[in-house]
Design a protein around this ligand. Structure first.
Ligand code: MG
Length: 112
């Protein structure tokens, strides 16, 4: 996990709070932003494959990666609206995923 994810997203949250407030509508908008960015990642993937013959190949793998980063950032920002301790919530989730992987493959040692 990037060391700057939480400081930067906390800064974004402060800026959004100042501009838009912190009500339920704003929380819903931040949640919807995750889906918007996921759609952009999908659009970049479609553009990377040239699936639409009218448009041709319009994107690269780097474009898809860039949009996936936007998804991660948007999700981290939105998580602030639903948790008082977003880093701890994500850490717990990652550790739970690692434990599940470890349980399925006892021969693998995972750094926990
Ligand atoms: Mg984007």
């Amino acid at each position: 996990m990037s060391a700057v994810l939480w400081p930067v997203t906390a800064h974004i949250v402060v800026a959004l709070n100042a501009a838009n407030g912190t009500g339920e509508h704003e929380s819903a908008m931040r949640l919807m932003k995750v889906t918007e960015e996921a759609g952009e990642a999908t659009a970049a993937y479609i553009g990377m494959t040239g699936q639409n013959p009218r448009k041709g190949t319009t994107h690269t793998r780097a474009d898809v990666a860039d949009e996936l980063c936007d998804v991660i950032i948007a999700a981290a920002v939105a998580l602030h609206a639903f948790s008082a301790a977003p880093p701890a919530v994500l850490d717990a989730k990652l550790h739970a995923a690692a434990r599940r992987l470890h349980a399925h493959d006892l021969s693998t040692e995972l750094p926990l």
